[in-house]
Design a protein around this ligand. Structure first.
Ligand code: ATP
Ligand code: MG
Length: 426
């Protein structure tokens, strides 16, 4: 299978922008993978990467058509959009696409490029969930219009999944886990991730990613109605391939008394631009924290395995369940497990008591977390083979809805009723 990398984030791949209709909106930071059968189709798709509207898109073109796509996604994560060319006749095309659907993540969209001009087939394809059908011979602007309509059109749904990380207690490691999970998602799924530091006075996103951009979250919050997609793009700093940041000002020359909806617009704009938005929420309980937690797609509570964390995690879980009726329970990560001599609540007992789904248990490891924090590196940069990386990958996949975990095994030796009695007495 040949492979032509048109990742526009690589300056070597950047070409002069082609003309696009005035006022046309930029396609957000999505990943597109195309599987072609014919060289002229491949050329048409590669030319699309030069359209001004596609400037933020990471586009790769492969040979192999529908079969190539099915084969690839058996063992690889699917991008935001798959463009697949097929020369199959109507009768077998749907069956082929069904096999592609079986290996696709639910959030992935598909545009089919075919050689059969048949309105009945078109309707069948639309009914089966295909986003668009383009008949060859077609031109690059037709393709770009279809992509643009799908991701940047008036009625286009936001592409981003918002995942909020909040600690059950100060210092539980919520920020460390959030940042490393963001990194892990960018590596494992190869989609763009934006980390928003909502801890304006003390946030560590800049420190942890070793970035000190002149602008960031402070400018975004205080821009009020001037904030738009163009400004968001300007304020975002790039930490690595697929990893973008809005860092906190982390200065105390002013106070940060935010209102309930202070972050609403930034989160909404981020969701329109980036497929995965990680919110690093500080351990405070304010109107804006409650409002933000009610609005995001996924909540991850990071807790240490002790009683105070358990009480707080339960309170957070209960309140957000009430704020988000009909949505599934928050996810739980137990962090700093196994501190020598510290008595601990076993993770599964903890998860059962707070009624959250346990998606990870990260051991206490002062050496690797300390080195990472002091160097402004991620865990996988300090040690690519450390087993914590597997845990972080699982957390990332779970939080992005990519896998459903098997029930965690129960460990013996800890009596939950005693714990609950203590809580009731408190
Ligand atoms: N599993 C771990 N093992 C050892 N140290 C850890 C672990 N997780 C986090 N730490 C360390 O704990 C400290 C606090 O972590 P972090 O700032 O991520 O917590 P937080 O929950 O975000 O705190 P805050 O309440 O200030 O938001 C940091 O020094 C970090 O390096
Ligand atoms: Mg924090």
């Amino acid at each position: 299978m040949s492979f032509i990398d048109n990742d526009k984030s690589d300056p070597a791949n950047q070409a002069p922008a082609a003309e696009a209709p005035t006022g046309a909106r930029l396609v957000p930071r999505i990943t597109i993978q195309a599987f072609c059968e014919q060289s002229q189709t491949a050329q048409m798709i590669e030319d699309a990467a030069h359209d001004r509207r596609m400037a933020k898109v990471a586009l790769t073109t492969h040979n192999g058509g529908l079969e190539g796509a099915v084969e690839t996604y058996r063992s690889n994560p699917t991008p935001n959009l798959i463009i697949v060319e097929t020369t199959l006749p109507s009768e077998t095309m749907l069956a082929g696409l069904e096999r592609l659907a079986e290996v696709c993540d639910a959030s992935t969209r598909v545009i089919v490029i075919g050689h059969v001009n048949d309105v009945v087939l078109y309707r069948e394809l639309m009914r089966s969930g295909v986003s668009d059908y383009i008949v060859m011979p077609a031109t690059t602007p037709v393709l770009v219009n279809a992509i643009s309509e799908l991701f940047a059109g008036e009625g286009a749904a936001p592409i981003g999944r918002t995942i909020a990380f909040i600690g059950a207690k100060g210092g539980a490691g919520s920020s460390s886990i959030a940042h490393n999970t963001a990194w892990s998602i960018a590596r494992a799924i190869r989609q763009d991730v934006l980390v928003l530091d909502l801890d304006l006075p003390f946030g560590t996103v800049g420190l942890d990613f070793n970035q000190d951009p002149p602008q960031g979250m402070g400018d975004a919050v205080f821009a009020n109605e001037k904030m738009d997609v163009v400004m968001l793009e300007r304020l975002m700093s790039k930490a690595a391939a697929h990893v973008h940041l809005l860092t906190a000002p982390a200065v105390l020359d002013r106070t940060y008394d935010l209102s309930e909806r202070s972050f609403e617009q930034i989160i909404e704009l981020s969701q329109k631009q980036v497929p995965c938005v990680i919110l690093d929420i500080p351990h405070v309980w304010t109107e804006w924290v409650r409002y933000t937690l009610a609005a995001v797609d996924e909540i991850v509570i990071v807790a240490e395995p002790d009683l105070a964390n358990l009480r707080n995690a339960k309170n957070i879980a209960d309140i957000v369940k009430g704020l988000r009726p009909g949505e599934h329970e928050p996810l739980l990560v137990i962090n700093k497990a196994g501190i020598p001599k510290r008595p601990e609540i076993p993770a599964d007992e903890f998860a059962g008591a707070v009624e959250c789904r346990l998606i990870g248990q990260i051991p206490f490891d002062a050496a690797i977390f300390g080195t990472a924090a002091n160097n402004g590196q991620m865990i996988s940069e300090v040690s690519a083979t450390h087993k914590i990386n597997d845990q972080l990958k699982t957390i990332g996949l779970e939080a992005t809805g990519r896998t459903i975990s098997a029930p965690q095994s129960r460990s013996a030796g800890f009596k939950l009723p005693d714990l609950l009695r203590q809580l009731k007495r408190a």
